[in-house]
Design a protein around this ligand. Structure first.
Ligand code: VGL
Ligand code: ZN
Length: 197
């Protein structure tokens, strides 16, 4: 069983969104086109309560893209984005969401961010996705979506560490590239045994 994991293809990560990733909307048609080749399709949805601790607006004296130390480690502060129930948190309107077997929401804990589809940023609190995939007999996953250097990267590395064979389709991802984050992410994924194909 080979699953497609579609990471955070949401309005806020597309042009004009609150945390727009350059070209984020360019990958949607290509993602729809490959969905049919997989035994399972899982979508993730970044899903923050208002006032989330990863928002710069929740930290007096900080600006978006500042780094802060949280109880669980260093954390980038982001513009307010993907607030539960808003248009920005909705999937890109062209994404064929009806074809998904499962939608995983993450980042709903006000105190912990969650880049990965598998664990919150404390690297301890599971989302339940690994168990879902294993119980469905999935052994191999291909990741696509936004952003390559944050949520796709963390999800791919965690998937590899959980024992799945992991592929990332770079042509169906776009990156934020904040202070060298893309190069760092590529190193982390390669080191974890992720292949780009
Ligand atoms: C993401 C930053 C904050 C992502 C989510 O989907 O890559 N990045 N929240
Ligand atoms: Zn987020």
């Amino acid at each position: 069983m080979h699953a497609l994991l579609v990471i955070d293809v949401q309005n806020d990560f597309c042009p004009q969104g609150a945390l727009a990733v350059a070209g984020g909307d360019e990958i949607v048609a290509g993602i729809n086109a490959v969905m049919g080749r997989f035994d399972a399709v899982v979508l993730t949805q970044d899903w923050h309560p208002a006032g989330h601790s990863s928002f710069a607006s929740s930290h007096a004296g900080n600006a978006p893209y500042d780094m802060v130390d949280m109880a669980y480690g260093p954390q980038v502060l982001w513009p307010d984005h993907c607030i539960q129930g808003t248009r920005g948190a909705a999937f890109h309107p062209v994404l064929e969401t009806d074809r998904a077997d499962l939608i995983v929401r993450k980042g709903f804990n006000p105190a912990i961010d969650s880049y990965s589809a598998f664990f919150e940023n404390d690297h301890k609190t599971p989302t339940g996705l690994a168990g879902y995939l294993r119980t469905r007999g999935v052994q191999e996953v291909t990741l696509v979506g936004l952003a390559l250097d944050f949520c796709v990267n963390y999800s791919a590395v965690d998937a590899a560490q959980a024992g799945f064979k992991v592929h990332v389709r770079r042509d169906l991802c776009r990156a934020i590239d904040l202070n060298g984050s893309l190069a760092e992410a590529e190193k982390a994924m390669t080191g974890a045994g992720v292949t780009f194909d």
